[in-house]
Design a protein around this ligand. Structure first.
Ligand code: AMP
Ligand code: MG
Length: 287
């Protein structure tokens, strides 16, 4: 399954392309033979920028509408895991795609370098505590996957330790699914060049500089190792119930539309319904 675009699409008018784009969610779905070379971070799926922005607004409105029922019904929880290289657009995605969603139903958690207390527990402890309640959309900005990404690349624990974690993570996520959580995992796929530009912008723009750490350059120097670690993490933990999506993220307008489509798809899968009102309510007059 690839995000690669068939040459035929170049010859089609934009209208048709937008309709064909309905399978984009499927095209970004990863499987256990994932090759990141098949996923172009600059992919546009033939979309025109303006049309895609309009389409994204519509998708976000649909997401907001579904969330009202999802929040009211408390049938299920939705966990969205967001992972990316530095400057991959995790914060921007959260800001854009959840625009219009009732904030009372969204719980965003960011996972940075573990505290001493977090480090004194197993690596799933801190994330499990923030797994969303029923009716809530939980967003993980970084997640337990850091424990097979930065931890592997920077050799923070021996291979004998991190290599067992893929299995733990599959089991942990399966437990969450069995207990009523829908899980969606999104890798925002940016190119090496795009990361360079975005990091440079952070350095150059006083309003963005706070996001930049010198350590980002160390991570950037380890780009290939991170790509391998992402590939392996996705291959080993993508399942029917807790799938990974590889989202082309060099263009923010493509990324926003694709992520909105993915969230809509999963909320539709949950198919939330408003709770049935009490029988006696029908016809009640409020004086
Ligand atoms: P930021 O998302 O820019 O606030 O950066 C958070 C930093 O925390 C990143 O450099 C991550 O690699 C790092 N980080 C997140 N989780 C872990 C972890 N489990 N072990 C070590 N570093 C981590
Ligand atoms: Mg950072």
């Amino acid at each position: 399954m690839m995000c690669a675009r068939a040459p035929l699409l170049d010859a089609l008018p934009a209208m048709y392309v937008l309709e064909m784009a309905e399978d984009v969610v499927q095209r970004c779905l990863a499987d256990d033979r994932l090759d990141l070379d098949d996923h172009d971070p600059g992919e546009t799926f033939g979309w025109d920028k303006r049309e895609a922005q309009v389409a994204a607004t519509e998708e976000m409105a649909a997401v907001a509408g579904l969330q009202r029922k999802f929040f009211a019904s408390e049938q299920a929880a939705l966990l969205v895991v967001l992972q990316a290289m530095d400057a991959g657009g995790k914060d921007g995605t959260i800001r854009s795609v959840l625009n219009g969603v009732n904030p009372a139903g969204v719980d965003v958690n960011s996972f940075g370098v573990p505290s001493d207390e977090e480090r004194s527990h197993d690596y799933l402890w801190r994330v499990h505590a923030h797994a969303p309640a029923k009716g809530q959309i939980g967003i993980f900005n970084r997640s337990h996957y850091e424990d097979v990404l930065v931890v592997r690349v920077k050799k923070l624990v021996p291979e004998a330790v991190w290599s067992k974690r893929y299995g733990h993570i599959r089991e942990f996520e399966r437990m969450l699914v069995d207990e009523g959580t829908e899980i969606v995992k999104i890798f925002l796929n940016i190119s090496n060049d795009e990361q360079r530009e975005r990091l440079q912008d952070r350095v150059d723009d006083p309003d963005e500089r706070w996001k930049f750490r010198l350590g980002d350059l160390e991570d950037r120097a380890l780009w290939d190792d991170y790509q391998d670690a992402f590939r392996d993490a996705i291959r080993k933990t993508t399942t029917d119930d807790a799938p990974w999506y590889v989202v082309p993220a060099d263009r923010k307008w493509v990324r926003n539309l694709v992520v909105a489509k993915i969230l809509r798809h999963h909320l539709e899968r949950i198919d939330p319904k408003y709770p049935a009102p009490d029988d006696e309510i029908e016809g009640v007059i409020v004086e």
